[in-house]
Write a protein that binds this ligand. Structure first.
Ligand SMILES: Cc1ncc(C[n+]2csc(CCOP(=O)(O)OP(=O)(O)O)c2C)c(N)n1
Ligand SMILES: [Mg+2]
Length: 1049
């Protein structure tokens, strides 16, 4: 026998108050105490039994969900009950053979029946959705399972499950506080209870919410859906709904009529999505939302643009004209990927509302984190920390929602302080198919929405052929988001009337489903018939509504024929008012100097070496670091971390918001502390000892006693007060812009997408994402390929995001070594073969024309300048920086304030400035390189005594290629042998990119010889010895002045 049946018997007369017809008062859900009554007798005082019931049911479901004292209380209770009732039997036995309980008093039977009814109510709340009629086609199970839970009363005999009989149906039962089906009544007959539960949970709405741990939130949902009569619509509301359905349906019909052979990914079968989205927006506007940011895939996107965002119809229609010319440079994009931004008055609430639909690639769900990042940024700039003014809506396909991992990554951002957008409404167009693939082959979860359970988001499934149910669900979803500021999912269970696109034949693969679909009456007709039958509208009014919208479409179609040129800039999702001139061009074409006054540097250095809060105890090791920073500041030098501090700090002073996000960025990954030859660090001592020696060279250049934590430490942690932190960067100046530094979840795809979206919102912020090690960026490759590299070409949208990608061959193995520069360079769009005209503004023009900037800085000053240049440029381009590991504290990798003060700027190329430069005539070889290998080369050159004969020039900016400066360098050493040296393998790194560009400069008359590691499959060796041998080998070649003698190119 189950514990459920045993407990009331044990409680016996103690619980008789449960039976009193008017005895139970509703209990406050907020007043849940933490433990059980000391004795059961005491629980009788003050309405404790309903409270106890709640505890009891919670305990039955999951003993760990209640306080441990309750757990032991119920355990004890059920043990005693088992004992007193002798042989317990399984529930299944009870239902098969009555009587279940050997000997029961009348009271205990009553108690049992009441608890059974409560259990029954709870069963509907938990499992009612499994039998809800969600599929408009009536042939599929939305949860992929035809199983009917045995505790739902789908037939009379199921009452036996609860040890109830048909005769009990007309008995009155006290309703627990966990249901609202009674409305103002405290008791109902069992028959009515079941009827009301069925109508709430098993009709066209299927609710999944009982996994939410918060009782108040569960109560809220129960109240919204269970209260009798909640789903009533005024005739005005019904007419609005019908009019919206008319627009949705007739828009698709219009496109189908005019362009029958064009792909448009029509919404037919889910036309209700338009009124659904509009309801969410109306309700949110009513609750104070002023700005809604939407992300959605292909299905119904044109319809959303037309009928939700209200893009001019002619702008949409003209895109179907194959002769339409593109006004903008770049690739442009197909019409169902473009974005849009529109400010207007919401007609229902009469309030201003801004709607934007974020442009997206084909790559399903990739836009999700981007929308979230943009939403977060808009909230930030408005000071809307609670998300009361700005919110996001994400639309998904059923297959993509279940299949794409980025959905999960995005959900995991939803409750993180620096990433939350305070709740998103997700709408799933669940047409029960993905292209040609059946849901049973596309997911292992019952519903496509199960991923949302991970964040305790309620999930409302709804039959899309019941427009009123859809509208009600959407209105509750919007209210949920704006009440609890948490995510919610609306699952529109629908069908796809046509193939995947309009050219596709679905009968090849889903013949039976499509036979049914062909018989399916369109939702508009069904709903119109209903409203006509009940007298809400007349047939004539309905037909007039249709004719009115058809006329609107026809007129717009007429106007669309006049449009000969497509301006993608009319499809911008994130305009930057005031940043560009009226024509959308940069206001100037200059690249300002990026140095700052010395007192600014000094001030930042001082704050960076201090603890700005009183009584704040920092770690001893950190004190040493701060002293080190103070010392550097006094000596007017910076290392890598301090240079970064100064770049950020100086921009903050100028009112530029800086946001740095990524895994462990607050402290910085490469924090290493040696104490008297010992080290304490992440991730493992041996790993870091290895790294340390690799990073800092051999101990002869490195005093182990002096090495302390080397990386960022932007957040200080009080060693005595839990969670007390201090960000000195926010204590620089009273009127500075805010600095955000945030450790992210362990995601690249989601987090990089998020930061890209954040950077989209405003040009006046430096937004940086750091990969823990550069190689990890490839799990975010989709964001890099689809948005960062190509975003401007497709959507004329600038973006200044910065990627910090730790990179360098330091003997750490195939992973942790390469950020894959070759891939970024291969995607750079500067022409390798075109000899450019070196105009006055060549440098800035080149930057303007490129799709992104790729740099590998060799000095802290260089890093400082390139970060500042990123913001001082009159346009925005993504910036990819291969950041160092070993250079973080390499004794030579320091810069003087002299290289950062006013008047200085970023040097795209750092020419040789040593002995070789003094007497170019003596030079036999000029080595070009980039990044950290420079230090290996300098050391080797010196040890071989070749300072006068070999010049070494560094490329700080690799792409766009500094043709002008390279040419100047090559001409400075006429006739010398030119070498490109890199530590990466030949098929990786920079060689394939720089080689044809050198050829262009050199007129293909001279070679640029390659020196570096041989081609390989893996980016680096896992064997330390092999690493060192290959390092020595290529350094030897670099300085073997006979190495290329007699060779042809
Ligand atoms: C990441 C990604 N993989 C594959 C595709 C190719 N593709 C386009 S639509 C589609 C099916 C999508 O099904 P669903 O998410 O249910 O949306 P529906 O088309 O049914 O509305 C596929 C596989 C894609 N666009 N993106
Ligand atoms: Mg689908």
């Amino acid at each position: 026998m189950s514990q459920l049946r045993l407990l009331p018997s044990w409680l016996g007369t103690q619980a008789s108050r449960l039976l009193a017809p008017h005895g139970v008062q509703r209990f406050s859900w907020c007043s849940r105490s933490s433990g059980p009554p000391a004795s059961f007798a005491s629980s009788r005082v003050g309405g404790g039994s309903s409270y106890m019931e709640e505890m009891y049911f919670a305990w039955l479901e999951n003993p760990q969900s209640v306080h441990k004292s309750w757990d032991s209380f119920f355990r004890k209770a059920s043990e005693e009950a088992s004992y007193s009732l002798a042989q317990p039997r399984p529930l299944s036995v009870i239902s098969e053979s009555r009587p279940a309980v050997p000997s029961r008093t009348k009271t205990s039977k009553l108690v049992e029946d009441h608890l059974a009814v409560q259990s029954l109510i709870r069963a509907y709340q938990i499992r009612g959705h499994h039998v809800a009629q969600l599929d408009p086609l009536g042939i599929l199970d939305a949860d992929l399972d035809s199983f009917v839970p045995s505790d739902l009363i789908t037939t009379i005999d199921k009452l036996a499950f609860y040890d109830l009989r048909e005769a009990d149906l007309d008995k009155e039962f006290q309703l627990p506080t966990t249901t609202f089906i009674g409305g103002s009544e405290n008791t109902l007959s069992l028959r009515e209870i079941i009827r009301r539960l069925e109508s709430t949970y098993c009709q066209h709405i299927g609710l999944e919410f009982m996994f939410i741990n918060d009782v108040e939130q569960c109560q809220w949902i129960r109240q919204k859906f269970e209260t009798p009569g909640v789903m009533q619509f005024s005739s005005e509301e019904k007419r609005t709904l019908l009019a919206r359905l008319v627009r949705s349906m007739r828009f698709e019909d219009f496109l189908a009529r005019k362009w029958s052979s064009e792909k448009r990914f029509g919404l037919e079968g889910c036309e209700v999505m338009i009124p659904a989205l509009k309801t969410i927006i109306d309700k949110s506007s009513e609750m104070g939302i002023e700005n809604v940011i939407l992300g959605m895939p292909h299905r119904g996107r044109l319809n959303v643009l037309a009928n939700v965002i209200r893009k001019d119809l002619e702008q949409i229609f003209c895109q179907f004209d194959p002769k339409l010319e593109a006004a903008d440079e770049g690739s442009g994009d197909v019409k169902y990927h473009l974005g849009m931004y529109h400010e207007r008055i919401n007609r229902v609430t009469n309030r201003n509302i801004t709607l934007s639909l974020v442009a997206n690639p084909s790559h399903l769900e990739a836009v999700d984190p981007v929308v979230q990042g943009k939403t977060k940024a808009e909230q930030f700039y408005r000071g809307d920390a609670q998300g009361k003014k700005v919110m996001s809506i994400l639309v998904h396909g059923d297959a993509a929602f279940a299949g794409q991992g980025v959905v999960y990554e995005t959900f995991h951002l939803s409750d993180l302080p620096s990433y939350t957008t305070n709740g998103t409404v997700h709408v799933v167009v669940n047409n029960q198919i993905g292209f040609t693939t059946d849901p049973r082959m596309a997911r292992s979860s019952p519903y496509p929405t199960d991923v949302a359970r991970v964040v305790n988001a309620p999930i409302f499934h709804v039959n899309a052929d019941d427009p009123e149910a859809v509208i009600y669900v959407c209105s509750v979803a919007a209210e949920w988001r704006n009440t609890f500021n948490k995510d919610v999912v609306v699952d529109l269970v629908c069908y796809r009337r046509r193939g995947h696109n309009e050219m596709d034949e679905p009968m090849f693969t889903q013949p039976l489903m499509y036979k049914q679909i062909h018989r399916q009456v369109p939702v508009l007709k069904k709903y119109a018939d209903k409203l006509i039958a009940e007298g809400t509208v007349t047939l004539q009014e309905f037909e007039e509504e249709i004719a009115k919208y058809d006329r609107i479409c026809e007129e717009a179609y007429g106007r669309s024929k006049d449009k000969k040129i497509l301006h993608i800039k009319h499809w911008l999702d994130s305009p930057w008012p005031g940043f560009f001139n009226m024509d959308g061009e940069p206001k100037s074409m200059t690249c300002p100097a990026t140095g700052v006054p010395e007192d600014t540097l000094t001030h930042i250095g001082e704050v960076a070496s201090s603890v700005p809060l009183e009584d704040f105890k920092i770690h001893m090791g950190l004190s040493r670091i701060l002293r080190g920073r103070a010392d550097m500041t006094r000596k007017r030098t910076v290392d890598w971390a301090l240079a970064e501090y100064m770049a950020f700090g100086s921009l903050l002073k100028e009112g530029i918001h800086v946001r740095l996000s990524g895994q462990d960025v607050e402290r910085g990954t490469f924090s290493l502390e040696f104490r008297g030859g010992l080290y304490t660090c992440w991730p493992s001592p041996s790993h870091f000892l290895h790294l340390g020696l690799q990073m800092f060279g051999t101990p002869d250049v490195w005093d182990l006693n002096s090495v302390s934590a080397i990386h960022r430490h932007h957040v200080l942690h009080d060693q005595e007060v839990d969670r007390r932190t201090c960000v000195p960067m926010n204590h620089l100046w009273p009127d500075q812009a805010p600095y955000t530094v945030c450790n992210s979840s362990l995601s690249e795809y989601g987090v990089l997408g998020f930061e890209l979206g954040y950077a989209m919102a405003s040009p006046n912020a430096l937004v940086l994402w750091e990969a823990q090690f550069g190689d990890f960026h490839n799990t975010a490759q989709c964001i890099i390929d689809q948005f960062i590299s190509t975003g401007q070409a497709k959507w004329v949208r600038h973006n200044g995001i910065v990627l910090l990608l730790p990179h360098g061959m330091e003997g750490m193995g195939p992973e942790h070594s390469s950020a894959r520069p070759e891939r970024f360079l291969q995607m750079s769009n500067d022409d390798s073969d075109a000899y450019p005209a070196f105009t006055q503004d060549f440098e800035v023009r080149q930057l303007y024309d490129c799709n992104w900037i790729v740099v590998n800085c060799s000095t802290p000053a260089s890093y400082f300048h390139v970060l500042r240049r990123q913001i001082l440029l009159p346009f925005r381009k993504p910036l990819i920086i291969f950041t160092p590991k070993s250079l973080l504290r390499h004794p030579e990798a320091k810069s003087s304030f002299d290289q950062m003060v006013s008047g200085t700027s970023f040097q795209r190329v750092i020419p040789e400035d040593g002995a070789a430069a003094q007497a170019p005539g003596q030079v036999r070889r000029l080595i070009f390189c980039t990044g950290k290998v420079y230090y290996d080369l300098v050391k080797e050159r010196s040890s071989q005594g070749l300072d006068e004969h070999v010049a070494i020039t560094r490329l700080e900016q690799i792409s766009p290629f500094p043709f002008d400066l390279i040419k100047r360098e090559a001409e400075k050493y006429p006739g010398v042998e030119l070498v490109w040296c890199q530590e990466e393998h030949k098929n990786m790194g920079y060689y394939d990119y720089i080689s044809p560009r050198f050829m262009t400069i050199l007129g293909r008359a001279r070679p640029i010889w390659y020196v570096g590691r041989d081609p390989a499959a893996a980016p680096a060796t896992g064997n330390r010895n092999t690493h060192l041998v290959s390092l020595k080998k290529f350094l030897d070649t670099a300085f073997n002045l006979q190495a290329f003698e007699g060779k042809t190119f």
